[in-house]
Design a protein around this ligand. Structure first.
Ligand code: ATP
Ligand code: MG
Length: 394
């Protein structure tokens, strides 16, 4: 029997009281976005606090499941068989066919769970449970009823138009629907960590903009393309991402020329944060996101993070702060960014790295070094902001 409908389960958002509709609407919007790329005609509806996807015509089952598995807020996807209401005898034939298709091994316990949205159905839900249970036992004597902990909870939902039969739940990604939590600016490099960081904050319902600091000719067009590809992969979860590409070369060269080389990375990171915050404010973002994790590299010790953080007044979200690299890699594999992240195009940090970077920078000393830039930096900063190339990735 063909699955022609999907019932969407969502737990966390259902507890939001009277804001519930805001969450459901955002969920449905994200579902539409996810399904736009799947061939077929889909109708997404909300009835009595439940969201359904009805597929009109032919579609690819795996692609639909794949797309819905990337919509935050969904905890479960139930593939549903939809049958017309042509009397109880016909319904029980359909149910028996459903069980025989879905459960080749029928050494299982079951329970029938009828939900009657259409109240004028000739039997009430208890009667459907009893009667259908009996017919299933007649058809499959090896099956047994267990009302407390059944292997198969067979739901029969009688709705106005059709009857829906389902029993399986495919886990969804959880989280909150994107669009319910404001917007944040992701500092997106070509590495492994920052795409994962963006994914994790989007999972809490936050829309993502991104900024990439590009240093041509020290970083290639291919490195920029790689960042665009990563943004596109994250957008499969986060929705469309507005990516700002900033030409950072002149600032970087100036730092290289005027500041102690063991402080290059920290000072460069501070300018990235300053510019990111500027762009974030202009684009209504409520925070910054980075892929930093304590101790991963010299620029991510507690002292280095303090020095980097000092230039920002916006909250900086670092969702990977307590993660080991292998834990981050696992997520990047799950969300399909890993293979792109490990492509070997240099990012701007690797060109200007010192042999022995400071691992415990002192903020006062860093500020003093930045004074060496006093004469030129305002102009370079202004020019860098002007290079902002805006690319919408979806
Ligand atoms: P990633 O794997 O995300 O590149 P990383 O381990 O290489 O991280 P760093 O290079 O120290 O770490 O960068 C720390 C964070 O700073 C990154 O996670 C990212 O958020 C941001 N960042 C670094 N380089 C850039 C860049 N060129 N453009 C935008 N953001 C950057
Ligand atoms: Mg990096």
């Amino acid at each position: 029997m063909d699955h022609s409908s999907f019932l969407i389960k969502y737990a966390e958002i259902a507890i939001k009281g009277k804001n519930r509709y805001v969450f459901e609407d955002a969920l449905m919007k994200q579902m539409r976005y996810a399904l736009k790329k799947v061939e077929g005609d889909f109708e997404i509806t909300k009835t009595q606090g439940r969201v359904h996807v009805d597929c009109l015509g032919s579609f690819d089952y795996d692609e639909v499941i794949g797309a819905l598995s990337r919509v935050f807020g969904i905890t479960g996807i139930c593939p549903v068989v939809r049958v017309p209401d042509e009397g109880f005898d016909r319904l029980s034939e359909d149910v028996i066919k459903y069980i025989s298709d879905e459960y080749p091994d029928r050494n299982k316990t079951f329970k029938v769970n009828c939900r009657r949205a259409r109240k004028n159905y000739p039997l009430d839900s208890q009667e459907v449970n009893m009667e259908m249970g009996g017919r299933i036992l007649d058809a499959f004597p090896e099956m047994k009823v267990d009302v407390h902990d059944p292997d198969i909870l067979l739901t029969i939902e009688i709705r106005d138009d059709n009857i829906y039969i389902y029993s399986k739940i495919i886990p969804g990604p959880g989280g909150m629907p994107v669009g319910t939590g404001g917007k944040a600016m992701l500092l997106l490099s070509g590495g492994i960590d920052s795409p994962v960081a963006g994914y994790m904050i989007a999972k809490r319902g936050v829309r993502i903009d991104a900024v990439y600091f590009h240093a041509p000719p020290y970083t290639s067009e291919r490195a920029k393309q790689k960042v665009m590809d990563l943004a596109r992969l994250v957008s499969r979860y986060a929705g469309p991402i507005t990516l700002h590409v900033i030409n950072f070369t002149d600032i970087q060269l100036e730092i290289y020329e005027k500041c102690p080389h063991d402080e290059l990375t920290i000072i460069m990171r501070r300018y990235m944060m300053r510019i990111a915050e500027d762009i974030a404010r202009k684009n209504d973002c409520l925070g910054l996101i980075t892929g930093e994790s304590i101790g991963q590299v010299a620029s991510q010790t507690m002292q280095s993070l303090a020095a980097t953080n000092e230039v920002c007044t916006m909250p900086v979200y670092r969702p990977l702060i307590g993660f080991d690299k292998n834990e981050i890699i696992k997520i990047s594999e799950k969300i399909d960014t890993f293979e792109t992240s490990i492509l070997p195009y240099e990012d701007c940090c690797t060109i200007f790295v010192a042999k022995h970077p400071v691992t415990k920078p002192n903020v006062n000393i860093i500020r003093r070094s930045e004074n060496n830039l006093a004469e030129t930096i305002d102009e370079l900063y202004r020019k860098a902001i002007e290079t902002d190339e805006v690319i919408v990735v979806s």
